[in-house]
Design a protein around this ligand. Sequence first.
Ligand SMILES: *Cc1c(COP(=O)(O)O)cnc(C)c1O
Length: 463
Amino acid sequence: MKYISTRGSAPELGFEDTMLTGLARDGGLYVPKSIPKLSQADIRAMTGLSYEEIAFRVMRPFVGDGFSEEEFFEIIQRSYAGFRHSARAPLVQLQSNHFLLELFHGPTLAFKDFAMQLIGQMFQVALRRREEHVTIVGATSGDTGSAAIEAFRGLDAVDVFILYPHDRVSEVQRRQMTTPKDSNVHALAVDGHFDDCQARLKDMFNDFDFRDSVRLASVNSINWARVLAQVVYYFSSALSLGAPDRPVSFTVPTGNFGDVFAGYIAKRMGLHIDQLVVATNQNDILHRCLSTGKYQKNMVLPSLSPSMDIQVSSNFERALFDAYDRDGSAVSRAMEALSHKGGFSLSQGVSEKLGQYFSSNSASEEETLATIKNCFAKTGELLCPHSAIGVNVAEKSRFAETPMITLATAHPAKFPDVVEKASNLRPALPERMADLYERSERLIRVENDLIKLEEIVKERIKA
Ligand SMILES: *Cc1c(COP(=O)(O)O)cnc(C)c1O
C-alpha cells in the first residue's frame, strides 16, 4: 500500500514511513493511493467478532507488509487492553432509532485514545526494529496531549513533549498530562493560547536543523494512522445494528474533521452508510462550507465544547483532495488562498461531490446545555458537551428509517463544570482515576519562545 500527498509533490511512502512522518514535506497530508474495498461477504463475516478482530480485518489492507500478521494483531490487542469496557466502543440506545457510540472508555476518557494507543504501540515496534529513537512534540487544547502522553509513557523508543496553554485547559486535562511519572514524558505549560502552542510547534518543524537533530515526529490529528484507527468503530457499530444488510447513518461532533473523515473512508471501503452528518459548535466553518460552498475563516469563539473550537479544519483537505478528483495542484491553490486571503469558494461540482457524502448542522451554546439536560432527563445518559452537539444535530436531521449512531467523544467527567451547569449533576471520574486530584504534578513552565522551547527539548532528551 502506497500513500500520496494531497498537494501532489511529496514522495510516495509506505505505511510505516507515512506514520512516522506525519505531515508531508510539501505541506500536504498523506492519503492511500487507492482505497481498499471490503465485499459485503467480508463485512458479513465480521458479525459477532471482537473489536480487536474487526480492527485487524479493517486496518490490515492499509498497513501492507510493514508488520507481520501476528505482530499487527498483538499490537491491536495491547492497544485496547487498557480500555475499561470489554466491547471497547459500546452502543447505547437513546431512542427507538437513535444510538450513542461511547468512545470514552479508554485511559484518558476521550475517543482520541482509540488512535493514540494504537499509534504508540506501532511506533514502538517500528522504531525498535529500526533501532531508532524519535522525539514527539505535540500541541494540545487538552485531549490530544493527554491521550498522547498516556500512549507513549514508558516506551523507550520515544520522548514525548506536549505544549499546552498554561491555565487554559481543564483541571482534569492538565492533571492527566502532569501526573504520569515516566521520565520520557514532558508536559510544557506555555504562556499563551492554544494557537501559540500550535504556531511554536510549526516553527520547530520548519527549523530543519532542529527537526533533524532531535528526529522530530508528530502525532497530531493529520497523521494518517490516527484516521485509520478511527475507521474501525464505524464498522463495529454498524455491524452491531445489522450491517451489511441494514444501512446506518452517523452524526459526528467534529473540529478538525478527523473523526468524520474516518467515516468517509469506511463508506468508501464498502460499508453501507446512508448519511454522514458533520456536527459543529458555534465555530462552524465546516457547516458553512458544506451548506454554502464557501470555506472562510472566522475568529475562534471559545465555547462549552473546547475540543471543537477550531477554525481551520486540517483533515478537511483530505476530503477536498477527492472532491477535486485528486488534483494536488488544485488543492495547493485552495490552501494558498486560505492562508493568504482567509478562504476560498468551492466550484459547483466540488460542492456536489462533498454533498454526496456529507451533510451538516451546528448547535449553539444554549442548545448544548439544553441537550445535556434533556438527554439526562429522558434516558439517564450524561453527555459531555461535545457529544451533546452531536446528539442535538442528529435530532435536527431526519433519519426515520435508518438507525442513527451519534459518536460520544468524551466522558462527561472530563468536563464536569459544563455538565453540572446543564444538569445539576456533577459527574464522577471512573474509579481507577478517582485519585487524580491527589496525585502530584510535574510540569515545566515556559515562555512562548521558540529558542527556549527547543533548548528544553534538547536538554531533556539527553538526560
Ligand atoms: C478532538 C475532539 C473532538 C473533535 O475531533 P476531530 O477529529 O478533531 O474532529 C471532539 N470531541 C472531543 C471530546 C475531542 O477531544
